[in-house]
Design a binder for this molecule. Structure first.
Ligand code: FA5
Length: 360
């Protein structure tokens, strides 16, 4: 009786080991028959105590043979499975679809900046760069913004404490050290307009320049305002340059980027470095002019300031205002980018949130 059971266990185990195709299942089979507590062979051996001494000897010997047989068959199978696994690795099919590797891409602001600079380059504009840590002289004085003049309050400034180099600045949220000379009083530029002055030190009219870059303002943030944002400055100087040239250039730009139906609105404004000055708004494309948090409810977005370059500024550029005239503009790149892609909060751009960046 017990002999039959042992032989049946052996046959069943042999059959199962023969057909097994992976290591996990093989381990389960070994446990099922040889496991210390619940193994089928172990259970039979536990019942030997009821047999006579003679039977114990015979059955014990047979049980041991069955155990050794199962173990050696399992060993053989392990070898066989190892060889198969190695062969599979060697014959790896390189045409199988692999895992997709995520690659980075340009930030939407960079993508958009390239798009808009391309439009100006196609109109014959040259791209010029300038420093982000600027002197008070270039940021204000040479742009016809006198000291103590209330117009300086238009741009809430991050000053850099005296004695600091632009490479390791320490910010001062006050008005800076008034004793210090504006030539070496440093600040984080509040607009890209100072690049106009720097660019004209090395050029003579006629010029068509664009100056994209990062600017900084100490002000409260909301859906449409950041303390760090981007502007693109434009400057055209030549003989007989007129206000209509400015409006025509801006209209061409807006229609090229946003399509023929894009509307702009021009309002009179004041900038100390342009006369006359205008402010240009665009229909808020987030709410299509209905009014939303981004446009502050009035359906228009203030996108740029512009005007005819003030004669005093032309003189600071060593240009004769009787011979030459020019126009300048400074647009908020972030706000235009938001209108272009339908982004409703400027702060998302600088949040570092990959869920936002990956949409572009
Ligand atoms: C200026 O900065 C002038 N330098 C522009 C200029 C240049 C006028 C040349 C005339 C001639 P303003 O402060 O308005 O102007 O800023 C220009 C644009 O920057 C605004 O129309 C707006 O689109 C954007 N902007 C201003 N403040 C912020 C802010 N906190 N966050 C995001 N964008 C801003």
């Amino acid at each position: 009786m017990i002999k039959d059971s042992l032989n049946k266990i052996k046959d069943k185990a042999m059959e199962e080991i023969k057909n097994v195709s992976n290591f996990d299942l093989l381990e389960k089979i070994q446990k099922k028959y040889l496991g210390r507590k619940e193994g089928e062979l172990t259970k039979i051996l536990k019942n030997l105590k009821n047999l006579s001494l003679e039977e114990k000897k015979i059955i014990g010997k047979l049980a041991n043979e069955v155990k050794l047989r199962i173990e050696s068959e399992a060993k053989k199978k392990i070898q066989e499975l190892k060889i198969k696994a190695e062969a599979l690795e060697e014959n790896f099919d390189i045409t199988l679809p692999g895992e997709k590797i995520e690659i980075g891409h340009l930030h939407p602001l960079t993508q958009f900046t390239r798009k808009i600079t391309d439009v100006f380059v196609s109109m014959g504009f040259e791209i010029v760069d300038g420093p982000e840590a600027e002197t008070e002289e270039y940021n204000f004085d040479l742009l016809n913004i006198p000291k103590e003049h209330p117009s300086r309050d238009l741009w809430d400034t991050f000053y850099i404490k005296s004695g600091n180099s632009p490479e390791s600045p320490e910010l001062d949220l006050g008005s800076g050290d008034s004793e210090q000379n504006s030539k070496n009083k440093l600040l984080l530029r509040t607009h890209t307009s100072p690049v106009q002055l720097r660019a004209m030190e090395k050029r003579k009219p006629p010029v068509r320049l664009i100056m994209p870059g990062r600017v900084f303002r100490h002000e409260a943030t909301d859906a449409g305002h950041e303390t760090t944002f981007h502007q693109l400055e434009g400057l055209v100087i030549g003989e007989n340059i007129k206000m209509t040239d400015l409006i025509g250039t801006l209209q061409y730009f807006v229609k090229t980027i946003f399509g023929e139906s894009a509307k702009i609105r021009v309002r009179p404004n004041f900038f100390p470095f342009t006369e006359p000055s205008i402010e240009v708004d665009m229909t808020c494309l987030i709410c299509c002019g209905k009014g939303c948090g981004f446009c502050g409810g009035d359906g228009w977005i203030e996108t740029l300031g512009a005007g005819m370059v003030h004669p005093a500024v032309l003189k600071n550029m060593k240009i004769d205002p009787n011979k030459y005239s020019g126009f300048a503009f400074g647009m908020g790149v972030d706000r235009l980018m938001m209108l272009y892609y339908g982004v409703n909060d400027i702060r998302l751009s600088y949040s570092g949130d990959l869920r936002f960046i990956k949409q572009f």
